[in-house]
Design a protein around this ligand. Structure first.
Ligand code: PLP
Length: 355
């Protein structure tokens, strides 16, 4: 097995890949509906919700679009401090919404007091927040941000992209008052790309009833109608759902708390190693991601050359995102990655640096 320390798609366990070879069932069959029902129940556990989790046959960006199309008539505030929150803003604008932005410098968190000010100036139907900015290795203080939204405005929905953190870091959807919480299969869930999940509150569905032009494919109310019958409006990605079912059993067998602790320990190891070599984290202290570390490339390492060297050993890391290319590099520690793998990677990186 290769070891991809990139923030998605990540390595998938061979036994999970094997599940993909099982015979495909018709999505409108009793057998499949039973599997679909069981998977949805397990999803509720990893989302810490009693509401519902939709399983989409598209990547996480499709769920960003679903949230915007189904839950916002006009006014949405998007918190932006990285490439994926910028994408969510673009999704809102290209869907014709009146999107406002609350910006923070890349590498700096969205601060609750700043959000509070923005919400006092204008009423928003929804606030969109990226929990873990994969481009900068930064975790926004989601629990506090969500609390601020509820404090200032009782009918503003909290929409959260947790594509690179859900199932890797604890996010308590119901307890934190998150209305729409989305993730993709190919990151912390360590599945092949192609599925996305979205926990959705009753309050959010109620709101969708008043939103016109929700479209067809990304309409939460259509999804709910079919979910209640343990199915989907369109063909389900049957094989990927088998894999999700199997992988959720593996995740729950490891134990969510143990999984979160494993990721926290591995990322800590990476930050300490980098610090020891005079390289700081790109994200501000106190807000560093536990699933993907973005490190300032102060040693001026040639990242493509480093990856060429690592690939000889079946490993790879990620270069910085967009404008951060060459200025930072990223080491993801999500999914199936174990501390032994991290130790081997860091040793190889030392060898490369000594060359
Ligand atoms: C990867 C990523 C996305 C994009 O997800 P896709 O599954 O590729 O559509 C969105 N948001 C964040 C935070 C990500 O890390």
């Amino acid at each position: 097995m290769s070891h991809m320390f990139v923030p998605g798609p990540v390595d998938v366990a061979p036994e999970v890949l094997e599940v993909l070879t099982r015979p495909v069932l018709p999505h409108r069959s009793k057998e499949y509906e039973e599997i679909f029902h069981r998977v949805a129940k397990k999803c509720e556990q990893i989302f810490y919700t009693k509401h519902r989790v939709f399983i989409g046959t598209h990547t996480g960006s499709g769920m960003q679009e679903t949230g915007i199309r189904s839950l916002v008539k006009k006014d949405v505030l998007v918190c932006i401090n990285g490439a994926f929150s910028q994408r969510w803003y673009d999704v809102a604008v290209t869907n014709g919404k009146q999107a406002d932005r609350l910006d923070a410098e890349w590498g700096q968190p969205i601060l609750p007091e700043k959000l509070q000010e923005a919400l006092k100036d204008k009423h928003y139907e929804a606030v969109a927040i990226v929990h873990n900015e994969t481009s900068t290795g930064l975790e926004n203080p989601l629990k506090e941000l969500s609390a601020v939204v509820h404090e200032v405005s009782s009918d503003t929905l909290v929409l959260v992209d947790a594509v690179s953190s859900l199932a890797g870091v604890k996010i308590e959807m119901d307890a934190w008052g998150v209305d729409f919480l989305l993730t993709s299969s190919q990151k912390c869930l360590a599945l092949p790309p192609g599925l996305s999940l979205a926990g959705t509150s009753d309050r959010a569905l109620k709101k969708a009833e008043s939103v016109e032009n929700r479209g067809w494919y990304f309409d939460l109310l259509r999804m709910e109608k079919h979910r209640l019958k343990n199915t989907t409006a369109m063909t389900s990605a049957v094989s990927l759902v088998y894999a999700l079912n199997f992988q959720l059993d593996r995740i729950l067998a490891e134990g969510l708390e143990k999984r979160f602790a494993r990721h926290a320990a591995m990322s800590k190891r990476v930050y300490e190693w980098a610090q020891g070599h005079g390289m700081a984290s790109f994200a501000a202290e106190g807000y560093r991601s536990k699933t993907v570390a973005a490190i300032k490339n102060t040693k001026g390492m040639d990242i493509p050359a480093l990856n060429k060297f690592l690939l000889e050993h079946g490993m790879r890391i990620a270069n910085g995102y967009g404008e951060l290319k060459g200025k930072t590099f990223r080491i993801a520690t999500m999914g199936e990655t174990q501390m032994e793998d991290v130790n081997i990677l860091l040793q190889l990186m030392e060898e490369f640096m000594e060359q």
